[in-house]
Design a protein around this ligand. Structure first.
Ligand SMILES: Nc1ncnc2c1ncn2[C@@H]1O[C@H](COP(=O)(O)O)[C@@H](OP(=O)(O)O)[C@H]1O
Ligand SMILES: [Mg+2]
Length: 255
């Protein structure tokens, strides 16, 4: 099956997960902490369960790697040519701080590349999706769906950066860009802001994992951008170590 035929069902699934997440967001939820001290709530678990169950119905034979799931050992994963890469809630800190800037992320990886991605921001009522070579779309808070494109770079670049994970390396990189304006955004929304033409550059000289970036990476590629390592090589997925190296996300004009 070509993956574009799965897209409507994947969007529906991300929306279903988003509805469950919002329900918890609007309640008096409890925050726990994982071994790496990152926060987790019932919403991460509910979203994970909804997505995994749904993806198994959509495609019984495509394996799944989710931030909140039991992760298959490398001995198994290294044979995966195609897999779903899921972050049930990216921006859990944003969720617990109630900024609304958290996302549900589902990507399809093929030969190390994110070829399809769906990102929804349930509290903002925004959704983004894209398929490599077939364009990217946004559904806005009114429900209108339209094609999105990376912007022509303005002379004052609009740099988008993490609210919760800023560091000196990123600050220095941004400073060296010359005239610029900084926009803060949580989670994978940073890639989406570039994809829809509202920002130009997202330097991430700090840690992320493959599930944090894959779906929004696919949206950005479909909209006319890319995500590359600092050596200019593409950011790839399905590595033994799920941590991403430092990267820059931008329109293709940058690379
Ligand atoms: N030390 C670290 N190691 C791995 N990932 C980290 C990290 N610090 C932050 N992140 C990632 O950055 C994401 C949040 O990004 P941002 O600050 O841009 O909103 C987090 O996603 P989760 O909320 O899914 O855990 C987390 O995965
Ligand atoms: Mg994440």
């Amino acid at each position: 099956m070509h993956y574009s035929s799965m897209l409507p069902e994947v969007i529906k699934l991300a929306d279903e997960a988003g509805t469950r997440v919002l329900h918890i967001y609007q309640s008096d939820f409890k925050v726990s902490y994982k071994e790496d001290e990152s926060p987790i709530t019932a919403a991460d678990v509910a979203s994970h369960e909804t997505i995994v169950k749904g993806l198994r119905n959509i495609s019984r034979d495509i394996p799944i790697l989710s931030e909140e799931g039991a992760q298959s050992p490398w001995e198994e994963r290294k044979h995966w040519r195609r897999f779903w890469l899921v972050d049930p809630i990216d921006g859990t800190k944003e969720f617990t701080q109630r900024t609304g800037e958290f996302t549900v992320n589902i990507a399809l990886i093929e030969d190390g590349e994110p070829v399809m991605g769906v990102v929804t921001a349930p509290a903002l009522k925004e959704a983004f999706w894209g398929i490599k070579g077939e364009g990217a779309h946004k559904r806005d808070r009114t429900g209108r769906i339209h094609r999105i494109y990376v912007a022509e770079p303005p002379s004052t670049k609009r740099v988008v950066a993490s609210k919760n994970h800023m560091n000196d390396e990123t600050r220095n990189f941004i400073r060296a860009l010359g005239p610029h304006k900084t926009i803060q955004a949580g989670s994978s929304l940073k890639f989406c802001r570039i994809a829809e033409g509202h920002a130009d550059l997202y330097p991430r000289l700090g840690p992320t994992s493959e599930w944090d970036t894959a779906a929004a990476h696919a949206v950005l590629v479909a909209a006319g951008g890319d995500v590359r390592k600092l050596d200019g090589e593409p950011l790839q997925y399905g590595k033994e170590d799920v941590l991403n190296p430092h990267f820059i996300a931008a329109g293709n004009w940058y690379f």
